[in-house]
Ligand binder design. Structure first.
Ligand SMILES: Nc1nc2c(c(=O)[nH]1)N[C@H]1C(S)=C(S)[C@@H](COP(=O)(O)O)O[C@H]1N2
Ligand SMILES: [Mo]
Length: 438
């Protein structure tokens, strides 16, 4: 019962504070889960920001072309840490869930602001985790917004709310984690509890009673008599057991998905949405030639790759491209979705084409365009650092055979340390730009 406007109101069981009787909930547990979540979220934010900057580079941003597998690593880490947030966030929200029904809901202006910032944090964190999982599962129909934009802006909201939250809660976390010794004070169960409800939020952690890390919780926290038989602590899970379970869940999720980018674990990657080795020529395909609507133009014998530079414009047939000096590189396709797969690519160096078009390498950037008419990934820019790299190819071959139509036949871009979305397939035009303008 709570009193609202002078009347007693009976709340349904689910929102009655005395229903939340798990003795496992403590500030210590919440603090430990919070630290783990903060680390996972922080790594996820930074790697996500890197991925965003590479795809939408502001003037000051520079991204190297080596090490070739760096993006594969940062984006693998982004998706892996994001997935780790699923069990961590679940457990953390569970550990503070009763506070949702705190009464009175607002005690002061400061309290109202704190609760609002937590609402933003919880909302933004759930939005990011759910959206991210839907995106890597390629369940776009369930995403009512354009993923990249929404995911990017809500990340700022989440990190802002997270930093605020850390600022507010740091003293509480310090306090909750300060006491490591076994209890020296009298057992609280010996002292009569004024209330029958051990509300974790209502009863401040007594600073004289250290958190029992060695002794099982039930002996130090009185059993709630309000709902007998429902106590989760007694004879059940300890706080350490709960933390171990959450860690195990995070570990299983990681092991069962990270094989989509870490080859040795590919066989146990039962939860990964992508298998790196499944697809034509042993590589997955994100968009097929049919899906991109390029089949006819890609197979047309009159196909030409236009290379337009400051000095001249060339129109190269597939035979012309094959007649140029060929090179072989081993490079991964590293998709933003967290999967990656290595291929052996054969073709012409982009730098050679840039030179043929009359531009000096080192200063020239290149804009590559696809035969694909629409679509967000029909065009990408190759920065001077990447144009100049020996391993940046206009690829004509994959794993010893001409490119499969779905891998970008007749020609695709492949460059080191670059997200999959920028490895444009079915090239139709390369526009070379030099520092001083066109
Ligand atoms: N023209 C074009 N190129 C594209 C895409 C596309 O949709 N259109 N998808 C990109 C994405 S998201 C990835 S991950 C890679 C996948 O390359 P693959 O199909 O050769 O494995 O191609 C990239 N190149
Ligand atoms: Mo991708």
């Amino acid at each position: 019962m709570v009193r609202v406007l002078g009347k007693d109101v009976r709340l349904p069981d689910l929102v009655r504070p005395e229903s939340f009787d798990s003795t496992l909930r403590s500030k210590r547990l919440t603090s430990q889960l919070g630290i783990a979540l903060g680390v996972a979220f922080g790594v996820c934010f930074i790697t996500g920001l890197i991925s965003h900057l590479i795809q939408h580079p502001p003037g000051w941003f520079w991204w190297p072309s080596r090490p070739a597998g760096l993006y594969r690593f940062t984006q693998g880490l982004h998706v892996a840490t994001g997935l780790t947030c699923v069990p961590l966030l679940g457990a953390k929200l569970w550990s503070v869930y009763p506070r949702l029904f705190e009464w009175p809901p607002v005690r002061s202006v400061a309290h109202a602001i704190e609760r609002a910032s937590i609402a933003v944090l919880v909302g933004a964190a759930l939005f990011q985790v759910v959206g991210g999982v839907l995106n890597i599962s390629r369940w776009y129909a369930a995403l009512p917004y354009f993923f990249t934009t929404g995911h990017y802006w809500v990340a700022w909201l989440a990190i802002g709310a997270l930093l605020t939250h850390i600022g507010v809660k740091l003293p509480v976390v310090r306090e909750a984690l300060a006491h490591r010794e076994p209890p020296t004070a009298p057992e609280p169960s010996a002292t009569p509890e004024p209330s029958t409800v051990p509300e974790p939020s209502a009863t401040p952690e007594p600073s004289t009673v250290p958190e029992p890390s060695a002794a099982p919780e039930p002996s130090t926290v009185p059993e709630p008599s309000a709902v007998p038989g429902l106590s989760a602590g007694q004879g059940g899970l300890s706080r350490r057991g709960l933390l171990a379970t959450v860690a195990a869940a995070a570990g299983v999720i990681t092991v069962a998905t990270v094989g989509q980018t870490l080859r040795p674990l590919a066989r146990v990657s039962v939860l990964a949405p992508r298998r790196p080795a499944i697809g034509p020529q042993g590589l997955p395909v994100n968009k097929t030639a049919g899906g991109a609507g390029v089949v006819q133009r890609a197979l047309d014998p009159s196909y030409r790759l236009v290379v337009a530079g400051p000095g001249r414009e060339m129109s190269l047939s597939l035979a012309d491209l094959n007649a140029l000096k060929q090179h072989t590189v081993v490079l991964p396709i590293a998709c933003v979705e967290g999967w990656s797969a290595t291929g052996t690519w054969g073709g012409v160096r982009l730098r050679d084409l840039v030179e043929l078009a009359g531009a000096a390498p080192g200063t020239a950037s290149a804009e590559v365009e696809s035969l694909e008419q629409g679509g967000r990934y029909r065009r990408s820019t190759v920065a001077p650092s990447h144009v100049d790299d020996d391993w940046t190819l206009v690829a004509l071959e994959l794993n010893g055979a001409p490119l499969h139509l779905d891998h970008g036949y007749p020609a695709r871009l492949v460059a080191p340390n670059r997200p999959g979305v920028l490895q444009t397939k079915w090239l139709s035009r390369i526009t070379v730009r030099t520092a001083g303008g066109q």
